[in-house]
Design a protein around this ligand. Sequence first.
Ligand SMILES: [Zn+2]
Length: 105
Amino acid sequence: MPVFCHRCGTGLPSTARFCSNCGTVVTVQPPVARPLVRPHFGRQIAGVCIGLAQAYGWDVALVRILAVIGFFFSGGMVAVAYLACWIGIPEEPYNVPGVYPPNQA
Ligand SMILES: [Zn+2]
């Protein structure tokens, strides 16, 4: 699981403790610590799939495939669930991209 520098956004190996680009200390956050939100970045429709994937550590491609299959074969159950998630899951607040929670400066 790659990590990203929260100052310059450089992708780093998960074992990195310091950013190789700017030297910032990299705080590794476990994926389960990410709250369930709908990110602005990477969303296709409402960000429900990528939000669920990021919150639970799932593969977003797999979530999307299952969602699309579900749309057609679940008799509307997945469509209803998707809408419920769209309404029920809050939008990710605007802050520094790729960082959650935002740094309290
Ligand atoms: Zn950096």
